[in-house]
Design a protein around this ligand. Structure first.
Ligand code: SMN
Ligand code: MG
Length: 356
């Protein structure tokens, strides 16, 4: 089955502003990639550029990569490895890493659809329910508590707050008000989004350690593995990291360096399905829990075949452009839609409405 063409579109999906200590997302700028094969099977993927500045460059890059993939057999792993090898001189982080991951996701989607199987089944797994947590923005104690209460009402088993406020006292206040709004039985995670330096992190984490948190995420810049290891040595609460690492080699470097509490992979940065499966093997060999970062539909497929799968991060931001978004039950679990492929089927009317 040969690859025939790419179709690359861009949309801006409206959403309630989502703040973090490292910036605010006011709408989702998405590049939608569809790869068509010669016998008519298509595969889709979504790339999220965080802000609009990178939206068109990312789409252009994908269009320019089409000629390297067109005419090849639909063999996702082989094509992805070839693309990484082809760009050794330029480097495969940033937009290029996102583009290759997006191509990989769309190729795997097409392959699973061609076999009429959900992706998890193609990868050898069962459709099992995944325990999820919902996210709360960097909106201060009052709004964070309100949002936590809403997630709790929906049945979420965990809730993650953005922190990294100007003072430690504000971080603690957000945590305590959320805790009193959501009750004692739901897990509470916090995410600094890389916003403090190692010395400040040492000071803050020593205090947060007494708050009964499920994890503390990305306190310092994502690639400062040495600082993460030093912090983990002093902190009882597990540290979470990985959403900004660029593929299996970054994960290997982090784990080799001693970053070993909890891992989180972002399927658009880590090399798509191909990268994820290799990272899942690293996590498995070390008995480290692996979670997803966003990309709910395809990540659910991958978490179902991840031996050390941990908490599932759920978000509904991109639901407006999907035909069948992931199903969330009121018991705190997400379930696969059972669609063939990765679960990413575009709602064409919505795509037209939000086109840029
Ligand atoms: C995150 C970052 C930016 C946008 C959405 C979510 C994040 C997370 O760090 O862990 O969910
Ligand atoms: Mg995060």
């Amino acid at each position: 089955m040969k690859i025939e063409a790419f179709n690359v579109r861009t949309v801006l999906v409206p959403m309630a502003p989502h703040r973090s200590a490292s910036g605010v997302v006011v709408s989702s700028p998405l590049v939608l990639l569809t790869i068509r094969t010669a016998n008519g099977v298509e595969g889709n993927s979504v790339l999220f550029t965080y802000g609009t500045a990178a939206l068109k460059p990312c789409a252009d890059l994908l269009r320019n990569l089409e000629e390297l993939v067109k005419g090849k057999e639909l063999a996702p792993t082989a094509i992805t490895d070839e693309l990484y090898a082809r760009f050794r001189l330029l480097g495969t982080q940033g937009l290029l890493g996102m583009a290759i991951s997006g191509i990989d996701m769309a190729l795997w989607d097409a392959l699973a659809r061609s076999k009429q199987m959900p992706l998890h089944a193609l990868l050898g797994g069962f459709p099992r329910p995944l325990k999820y947590y919902g996210g709360v923005g960097f909106d201060g104690a009052f709004a964070s508590a309100k949002a936590a209460e809403e997630w709790a009402k929906r049945g979420a088993k965990g809730i993650k707050a953005k922190i990294g406020y100007p003072t430690l006292q504000e971080d603690v206040q957000v945590i305590r008000e959320m805790r009193s709004a959501m009750g004692p039985d739901i897990a509470l995670m916090v995410d600094y989004n890389q916003s403090i330096d190692p010395a400040e992190a040492r000071r803050r984490l020593a205090v947060l350690d007494r708050e009964g948190l499920e994890w503390i995420e990305e306190p310092v810049v994502a690639h400062d593995f040495a600082a993460l290891v030093r912090l983990a040595e002093r902190t009882t609460t597990p540290l979470q990291a990985g959403e900004n690492w660029w593929g299996p080699l970054d994960f290997r470097h982090a784990v080799d360096r001693g970053v070993r509490d909890l891992l989180m992979a972002d399927v658009m940065k880590c090399g798509g399905v191909t990268g994820w499966m290799r990272i899942a093997a690293i996590a498995h060999a070390r008995s480290i829990s692996l979670s997803n970062h966003l990309w709910p539909e395809i990540s659910a497929q991958l978490m179902m075949v991840t031996p050390t799968a941990g908490w599932f991060e759920y978000a509904d931001w991109w639901n407006p452009i999907l035909e069948e978004p992931l199903i969330v039950d009121d018991k705190g679990f997400v379930n696969s839609s059972g669609l063939p492929g990765s679960g990413v089927q575009f709602n064409e009317e919505a795509v037209e409405r939000y086109a840029t």
